[in-house]
Write a protein that binds this ligand. Structure first.
Ligand code: 2AM
Ligand code: CA
Length: 330
């Protein structure tokens, strides 16, 4: 028994002392390895959009990893759930006025903060531009562009046509975008070079060729600012030629509806980058055309026009002629 006990103790001591030596060696190695591990982790984090579940993703996704797409879809879905929960219990005190026609609610701010916190936790070095909080100044080549609620007036008035919009730019180019209309259960997303999707099914723009068969949408963001030049001139000229017009009040939804062919075209003035960044990519990835009123890249500063390839040049022609007459885009 004693022998066994002694042997046992001896064995245990040997094991302990061996383990102690190993730990010491391990700690010593770690002194050298730790900074390398930290540097590697930082590199991975900053390049995290390039980390793919599947090595093929690197080629198939133009570097947009499946994990990033899942992150975005999960994030925007949770943001939409906050909107739905809050919309049903909205109180008058929850609404503030940037001006009498420009509303913001506590939910706009809450949802934006939620999205920012989640992005910061995952990508601490990335820059973020949010409608309610402005732009961070981290000088990253990655920029997340957030509209926490696009269509706040609809949200306040208990209507379903509002959305959450999130886009990711790399070096000034939108590489990924998602728009979620939570009440409608419609989650759109677009991946640069990989197409556009509604609830994960591929979408494309309509094939409507004539104005007389087309349903389009527009909006009147400019009227809210009380500007002299507004969209009514364009509206009065274009609408009589169309089958019908829709005014949903969320530019992000309008763009996505062009992308999936529910609408044949859309134009609007005086929008901001956060209203259209995700939606514009989704239209382009659905084989649609997006430009300013002159048919150039400078949107939304000089207006935005989105349509299928047949109707886009016709819409541009009408808007540009109008613009030349008035001498302004906005
Ligand atoms: P918002 O709901 O995020 O404010 C509706 O026609 C579109 O105009 C929506 O995308 C809406 O975005 C935007 N919009 C509303 N008020 C606006 C304003 N004062 N200036 C510019 N865009 C506005
Ligand atoms: Ca908004």
């Amino acid at each position: 028994m004693t022998t066994i006990a002694k042997t046992g103790t001896k064995v245990n001591n040997t094991v302990k002392s061996q383990a102690g030596q190993d730990n010491a060696k391990y700690r010593q190695k770690n002194i050298f390895l730790a900074p390398c591990v930290v540097a590697f982790k930082k590199l991975c984090l900053s390049k995290s959009i390039l980390i793919c579940h599947n090595p093929q993703d690197k080629y198939n996704n133009n570097g947009i990893g499946a994990n990033l797409i899942s992150f975005l879809k999960n994030l925007i879905t949770r943001a939409g759930e906050i909107c739905i929960k809050n919309q049903t219990s909205l109180k008058p005190d929850d609404v503030e006025f940037k001006n009498p026609k420009d509303l913001v609610t506590v939910t706009d701010k809450q949802v934006e903060l939620f999205i920012i916190q989640e992005i910061n936790a995952q990508f601490p070095e990335h820059d973020i531009l949010g409608e309610e909080t402005g732009k961070s100044g981290r000088s990253s080549s990655f920029l997340w562009i957030i509209d926490p609620i696009d269509g706040t007036t609809s949200f306040v008035h208990g209507q379903p046509f509002y959305s959450v919009s999130i886009a990711l730019e790399k070096d000034g180019q939108t590489i990924l975008g998602a728009v979620y209309a939570p009440v409608l259960g419609q989650l759109f997303h677009g991946e640069m070079g990989r197409g556009a999707f509604l609830n994960d099914l591929p979408i494309h723009v309509s094939a409507t060729k004539e104005f007389g068969s087309a349903v389009m949408a527009t909006g009147f963001a400019c009227l809210r600012g009380g500007l002299e030049q507004n969209n009514l001139t364009h509206f009065n000229k274009i609408v009589p030629q169309l089958r019908d017009i829709r005014r949903y009040g969320s530019a992000a939804i309008d763009l996505c509806y062009v992308a999936c062919g529910k609408l044949d075209g859309f134009w609007e003035m005086n929008l901001n980058i956060y209203d259209i960044a995700a939606g514009a990519l989704i239209v382009k990835e659905a084989m649609g055309k997006v430009s300013n009123f002159a048919g150039d890249e400078g949107y939304p500063e000089n207006g935005i026009v989105a349509a299928n390839p047949y109707l886009h040049p016709k819409l541009i022609k009408m808007l540009d002629q109008d613009t030349q007459i008035k001498g302004v885009y906005k």
